[in-house]
Design a protein around this ligand. Structure first.
Ligand SMILES: CC(C)(COP(=O)(O)OP(=O)(O)OC[C@H]1O[C@@H](n2cnc3c(N)ncnc32)[C@H](O)[C@@H]1OP(=O)(O)O)[C@@H](O)C(=O)NCCC(=O)NCCS
Length: 428
């Protein structure tokens, strides 16, 4: 490990101190080789005073027990009907798993308890079919869990719910994790699954706003495995009800949990409540950040060189794209008062490599376009040496000629010798 990694973690530790993370660990992850490492990673989080609630699934172990004991299970995935023999398998599997988790947490010096904080009632009759011992979470005993967390204890929560009459029901762990996150106003709900986030056309979809995630589900539902659909649906609900971020990562992968939490680019898919990703006006203190951000692109002649002083002088023209309080992109909008028709230039559009291909460039482009329109501009210009196809293909610009530049800009263009391509978009 590099000493600089520790500095990186410091940046997050103040932000996450005393915050609650709900980890929902899939049953396959509990059976994987990496599980011991995962428990060590939980110890790292606890050492930073992050409060952890561990919710776990049991379907993988129910499947194994069903074969070993030759007892057919009425449902394997935790989303269907639970008959009495399957409930007995579920209780056996959940208790064994909880015990293994307690053993592992003891091995890493963590205090933990298995609780009965999930209050459930029967799911009842759905579409005319009795769901038998499948339960629905009625409420979470949040006070009880909070007291455990205050005492530095990790609550371990099995996919079982209890009613007020001493009966047990099998409940879906994604649903339990959601209810627990809401009840505790968790900072993060993290699904440690067997899939490293969501892929669309082979590419990782690293970040979704709630709105984008909802649209994605609408368009791709039939192609997604039911486990992923469940995580996305529960993730959306969590974000709508006060959880800031939901993450889906592969819990079998070494270091996945820590990488997702302690790096701004993460490793899996994150769904964020809408306030999380934001474009905001740049402030004076961002001048140095913007200069550092675009340094590489200036060196490769993609962007015009700008000193820190120049950026600070023109800071009112700049907007930045922030993720997790880190600036990952920027754009400028310069108005040309001498132009007829009235025009503005989109300048200094940049997105860091770690966040490329996530639509951030397009969002910045659209933002500036809307802004120019609202300021009464009829044309938006952009000058580019290496991204002219981008502006045409992704931004709807067309190629223009230098004589279409406003007078003041034309002079600078001729002096620079950069010979950039000129792109234009009519704003209606
Ligand atoms: C151009 C830039 C802003 C794109 O940002 P981004 O957030 O990665 O872009 P988006 O996610 O909105 O779009 C990604 C798409 O654009 C394409 N793209 C990215 N850069 C491109 C370029 N220079 N030329 C053509 N297409 C490009 C990607 O291949 C991807 O295509 P796909 O959607 O078909 O897979 C970024 O690459 C950058 O900062 N470049 C260096 C600075 C620069 O040239 N700025 C423009 C001058 S002002």
């Amino acid at each position: 490990m590099k000493a600089t990694d520790l500095r990186g973690i410091l940046e997050y530790s103040a932000r996450f101190r005393d915050k609650i993370f709900v980890l929902n660990v899939d049953s396959e992850v509990l059976a994987a080789d990496n599980f011991h490492n995962l428990l060590l990673d939980i110890s790292v989080l606890r050492s930073l005073n992050i409060k952890i609630v561990l919710v776990h699934g049991a379907s993988h172990q129910i499947r194994i027990l069903s074969q070993e004991m030759n007892v057919p299970a009425s449902d394997m995935g935790g989303m269907g009907i639970t008959d009495e023999p399957t409930l007995r398998l579920a209780i056996l599997a959940a208790n064994r798993l909880a015990h293994e988790i307690l053993e592992g947490l003891s091995d890493t010096d963590q205090r933990a308890v298995v609780s009965n904080a999930i209050i459930a009632h029967p799911a009842g009759i759905l579409n005319g079919v009795d769901q038998q011992w499948t339960g629905q979470v009625e409420r979470v005993d949040g006070d009880f869990l909070k007291r455990l967390l205050e005492a530095g204890i990790i609550p371990v929560i099995s996919p079982l719910g209890f009613d007020g009459n001493g009966k047990t029901y099998r409940v879906n762990s994604d649903g339990v994790a959601l209810e627990v996150s809401e009840a505790l106003k968790a900072e993060k709900l993290m699904f440690l699954s067997t899939s490293n986030g969501l892929r669309s056309a082979g590419k990782l979809s690293a970040q979704f706003s709630v709105e984008e995630c909802r649209n994605f589900l609408r368009d791709h539902r039939s192609a997604l495995p039911p486990e992923m659909t469940s995580k996305l649906e529960h993730g959306i609900r969590a974000c709508e009800n006060g959880v800031s971020r939901v993450h889906i990562i592969d819990g079998r992968q070494d270091e996945a949990l820590l990488t997702e939490i302690f790096s701004s680019e993460g490793i899996g898919t994150m769904i964020h409540a809408n306030e999380y990703v934001a474009i905001r006006s740049a402030k004076k203190k961002d001048a140095g950040v913007i200069q550092d951000l675009i340094r590489e692109s200036v060196a490769t002649q993609q962007l015009l060189p700008r000193t820190r002083k120049e950026i600070a002088r023109d800071i009112a023209d700049f907007y930045v794209f922030e993720i997790d309080n880190t600036v990952v992109g920027c754009v400028g909008l310069k108005l040309y008062r001498d132009a007829t028709p009235s025009a503005a230039e989109l300048e200094c559009l940049f997105v860091s490599d770690a966040h490329a291909n996530q639509g951030i460039g397009r969002k910045l482009m659209l933002f500036v376009e809307d802004r120019a329109r609202s300021l009464g501009c009829k044309q938006l210009l952009a000058l580019s040496t290496q991204a002219f196809n981008y502006f045409q293909q992704k931004g709807g610009f067309r190629e223009a000629t230098p004589d279409m530049l406003p007078h003041e800009r034309r002079l600078k263009y001729d002096q620079s010798g950069r010979n950039s391509k000129i792109l234009l978009k009519d704003l209606s």
